[in-house]
Design a protein around this ligand. Structure first.
Ligand code: ADP
Ligand code: ADP
Length: 240
């Protein structure tokens, strides 16, 4: 994984009278899990979306190991939704709360689509890796299933595989367990914990306090578009 450096980030939606993110400075260290907490509407989702290149920014910079991937200058030039560059699509993996699998593709087809189309990898090669990833998340036997045949937890695990096959430098998770039954939450959390153990840089928005406490190396508390607290000692954050 790489270090994600956010400096003086300002994000304001076109129809809003004030920024939703106001002067956010934050480092997400390589190989660590940073959990972003905060009340609904505090800007957590927006923060992830700016890092993923899904929203232009109006001020500041976002960099991966010193390389600028978004800046307020380019964000100003464009209005509305920015096209996510294929470069960022492979470098920054993102999994959303609502499973966004392609309904007319099988599990294997969903996972191999981006590597074959965007990266022009040979299909057999992409399929081999997809099967390996499905094995890791306990879904090898579901490779030919259609999304509607899967449970919510299974769909989220497929969505994680779909991001991982592009070998992202950082993974972003936006409330990926929010729409799941408790037993499915466990399946998805187990996969995320395993990725953390392997040292992938991750930034996670969650309301699951027990999960945050179990997985976080670093906690960032967001409120009203500002960082109100940062802690490198997650255990202490939760016990204080
Ligand atoms: P959180 O993830 O913490 O709930 P969000 O980032 O989703 O917060 O939203 C922060 C604020 O920005 C909210 O007031 C929300 O209504 C607003 N917002 C989110 N997305 C948009 C958008 N596309 N256009 C305008 N306002 C938005
Ligand atoms: P989350 O908190 O996970 O972002 P929301 O329900 O706030 O979930 O947002 C869902 C979608 O609606 C997002 O794509 C967000 O950008 C959009 N959205 C949220 N608030 C607004 C708003 N005030 N105006 C326009 N779009 C919004």
């Amino acid at each position: 994984g790489k270090n994600l450096e956010i400096s003086h980030l300002v994000k304001q939606y076109a129809n809003a009278d004030r920024p939703v993110l106001d002067d956010i400075t934050l480092t997400v260290p390589a190989g660590k899990v940073t959990v972003v907490l905060g009340p609904s509407g505090s800007g957590k989702s927006t923060l992830l979306r700016t890092v993923a290149g899904l929203e232009p920014i109006q001020g500041g910079e976002i960099a991966l190991d010193g390389e600028v991937i978004a800046s307020g200058k380019s964000g100003n030039a464009k209005s509305g939704r920015q096209q996510r560059s294929s470069d960022l699509r492979t470098r920054v993996g993102m999994v959303f709360q609502s499973y966004d699998l392609f309904p007319n593709k099988t599990v294997l087809g969903n996972i191999t689509l981006a590597p074959t189309i965007v990266q022009k990898r040979p299909k057999a090669d992409a399929e081999r890796e997809a099967l390996e990833l499905l094995g890791r998340v306990g879904l090898a036997d579901r490779k030919d299933a259609w999304p509607h045949e899967l449970s919510g937890g299974q769909r989220q695990r497929v969505a994680i595989c779909r991001a991982l096959i592009l070998h992202p430098e950082i993974m972003l998770f936006d409330e990926v367990t929010a729409a799941l039954d408790p037993e499915m939450v466990r399946e998805v959390l187990d996969v995320i914990v395993e990725l953390a153990d392997q040292g992938l840089t991750m930034m996670i928005v969650t309301h699951e306090m027990a999960f945050a406490r179990a997985i976080a190396d670093r906690i960032v508390l967001l409120d009203g578009g500002h960082i109100v607290e940062q802690s490198d000692d997650a255990e202490r954050f939760f016990t204080d």
